[in-house]
Design a protein around this ligand. Structure first.
Ligand code: MN
Ligand code: MN
Length: 387
């Protein structure tokens, strides 16, 4: 057995499922060494891991790619990550001019622009319209049932869509081309007051994504509705929001308090510097659906009754934490870790372990945990950013 080989001039240490105390033994294969290298806490779990927590990680790299002229999409739903029942996610890219066609669905759509720019359109039940351009770090929210579209601008774009139902699929929405294709031509004729020949060239099946020209300026495409524009903006500039700065990084929180239209999805954009950690905490109101944007980290989820499981995450991964389960996220790499955490709720809520302990009578904490004087001293000095 070789313990190391040479890859691009760099020695590759082949990790083995052996703990420092000698527990375990070598894995002589068959095995996927690249995956083992990416998942050190899966190969050699911390001794504190225990019990039967189900899988809490899925990579977009392990999902089906839907390739169209004009862009691509892939999704992580309850089909791929069965525990994730509250939210589903779609990673999509549109070329310059590429269009995610006019469509709608039974779920609300929350989105984060990763890179590039797009033009989004929608109309509400009162005939008020919304047409806007979105760029990196911007969000949009389309309430359930409202029609909308997305079109890539000059350089194209890539974004994450989040839906407030884990069983959603973006390949199973209601789209304008599909409806036209499945409506009798004589009905289209009556509906639009035109001869059937006016519908000779319509698509015969759902278009989904198609290649179009890059549209002209927003001003040139303005459509005046007699009812005006939607009263609550469907767009929010999350990255432009002033962050809460912490010693290990930063956080930007968005929910219906600062993005009022987003009544079913709350989120935080979190930055963790190398060596930093998102402290031990939980969320009392909802499951957490995570999307890792850059860097790498690890999370242990504590499920009560002695149950805990640790996962490694990297850019492009999705993580999940059931409601109220304790967890932390530690940056295990040399780059800054950026990730999004989303909740099916109108409010972002979390409980910090440190803050809880610091706000509880010290004698109680001391006697409950047999806490050391150092721990009690540290709790007395706890400071929190004013949110
Ligand atoms: Mn949609
Ligand atoms: Mn969390």
């Amino acid at each position: 057995m070789k313990n190391s080989s040479n890859t691009n001039g760099k020695p590759l240490i082949i990790p083995q499922p052996i703990r420092k105390d000698g527990a375990g033994g070598p894995d002589l294969g068959p095995r996927d060494v690249m995956r083992d290298l990416q998942n050190p806490d899966m190969l050699v779990p911390p001794v504190t891991d225990n019990g039967l927590l189900p899988n809490l990680r899925m990579s977009f790299s392990d999902t089906h790619m839907q390739l169209n002229h004009g862009g691509w999409s892939r999704e992580i739903t309850v089909r791929d990550l069965p525990i994730a029942t509250t939210l589903a996610g779609v990673n999509m890219s549109l070329t310059p001019g590429g269009v995610r066609e006019l469509h709608w669905h039974q779920q609300s759509e929350w989105a984060y622009m990763i890179w590039g720019t797009a033009r989004i359109t929608s109309v509400d039940p009162s005939g008020r319209n919304f047409i806007a351009d979105v760029g990196p770090g911007d969000l949009w929210f389309f309430p359930k049932g409202l029609p909308h579209s997305i079109q890539g601008l000059d350089d194209g774009c890539e974004f994450l869509l989040v839906f407030d139902d884990g069983s959603f699929s973006d390949l199973n929405t209601l789209s304008i081309s599909d409806w036209f294709a499945h409506t009798p031509k004589e009905v289209l004729s009556v509906n639009f007051g035109l001869p059937e020949s006016a519908f000779q060239s319509i698509p015969t099946e759902q278009v989904y994504i198609f290649q179009d020209q890059v549209p002209d300026s927003l001003a040139s495409q303005e459509v005046q509705s007699p009812y005006g524009t939607v009263p609550l903006s469907f767009k929010h500039r999350l990255l432009a929001q002033k962050p809460i700065i912490t010693p290990g990084g930063s956080v930007r929180i968005v929910d219906s308090t600062n993005f009022p239209i987003s009544t079913t999805v709350a989120a935080a954009l979190v930055e963790i510097k190398p060596g930093g950690m998102r402290e031990l905490h939980w969320h009392p109101n909802a499951d957490e659906w995570q999307y890792y944007l850059t860097g790498q980290g690890r999370m242990t989820v504590f499920g009560g009754n002695g149950i805990a499981r640790t996962f490694d995450y990297r850019a492009g991964d999705v993580g999940y934490v059931p409601i109220a389960m304790g967890h932390y996220i530690e940056n295990t790499g040399t780059d800054t870790l950026w990730f999004l955490e989303m909740f099916r709720s109108d409010r972002f809520e979390d409980i910090s372990l440190n803050q809880w302990m610091a706000l509880t009578p010290e004698e109680l904490v001391r006697d409950n945990l047999n806490a050391s004087p150092e721990l009690l001293h540290a709790l007395r000095k706890e400071k929190w950013p004013v949110v």
